[in-house]
Design a protein around this ligand. Structure first.
Ligand code: F6R
Length: 238
């Protein structure tokens, strides 16, 4: 586990972009696992800047996203498809067909989960997985539970996640209550993991995840068993 403590959100975003840029440089056709949420927005802006100035080439990069709300179409501006198009895919030279986000509109979500995991395996597995962390320790939408769930699956979002995400919707009643998320197996099978967290509100959960017990009550704690995790924060973790 490597911790990089930065002085600001901007520095965290630049250092995160450095790692992703290095991954793309050493393996131009790498499979990136990508996250949404507020935390990586600055990192994506930095990747866009580097791509547009010509120092970072996404033409061979492939990507898989962690999660999507159930019931939202890719065109809905609250969907994670839309988020990715807006913040990254439409602004860099990644071929659109190289990108994949779970389909929250799939009629058979269990089948969509199986197909998603098969796709990741067929692509050779994730080279670098980018993660944020929820205030309750979720990664992707793997919510606190009695067990870790291995496969891509449909989840009931917890009250705290719905409340946290309500800021992005007109009202809390519009926040979907279900999502489809990559499971812990695909995340843990990634060759490298980069977790970014900013703001003092995330300090306690980051400490709990990386220095507390490994438990499905805090899904991110499983990352303690991964051999190559880098955590970049803008707060102390000691
Ligand atoms: C979203 C995702 C979530 C977020 C987490 C933190 O794709 O994987 O686990 O990373 O909810 O969200 P923010 O960054 O908005 O605090």
């Amino acid at each position: 586990m490597k911790f990089i403590v930065t002085k600001s959100y901007e520095e965290m975003s630049r250092k995160g972009a450095d790692l992703i840029g290095a991954q793309v440089l050493v393996k131009p056709n790498c499979l990136l696992g990508l996250a949404t949420g507020s935390t990586p927005i600055g990192l994506y802006a930095e990747l866009v800047r580097r791509n547009q100035e010509g120092s970072l080439d996404f033409s061979k990069v492939r990507s898989v996203n962690l999660d999507e709300y159930c019931g939202l179409s890719p065109e809905s501006d609250q969907s994670y498809h839309y988020f990715m198009n807006y913040h990254l895919f439409s602004k860099v030279n990644i071929p659109f067909e190289n990108t994949r986000v779970p389909n929250g509109l799939a009629e058979d979500l269990a089948q969509e989960g199986l197909a998603y995991d098969a796709y990741i395996a067929q692509q050779g597995g994730i080279d670098l997985q980018l993660l944020g962390i929820g205030h309750n320790g979720h990664i992707g939408f793997n919510e606190p539970d009695d067990v870790f769930t291995a496969a891509t699956h449909c989840v009931d979002l917890t009250e705290s996640t719905i409340t946290a995400n309500a800021r992005l919707f007109a009202s809390i009643d519009e926040v979907p209550t279900k999502a489809i998320t990559m499971g812990m197996r695909s995340i843990m099978a990634a060759k490298k993991i980069l977790l970014v967290a900013n703001g003092l509100g995330k300090q306690e959960i980051v400490k709990q995840a990386f220095f507390g017990p490994v438990t499905p009550k805090c899904p991110a704690s499983l990352l303690q068993l991964h051999p190559d995790v880098t955590v970049i924060t803008d707060f102390d973790v000691e």
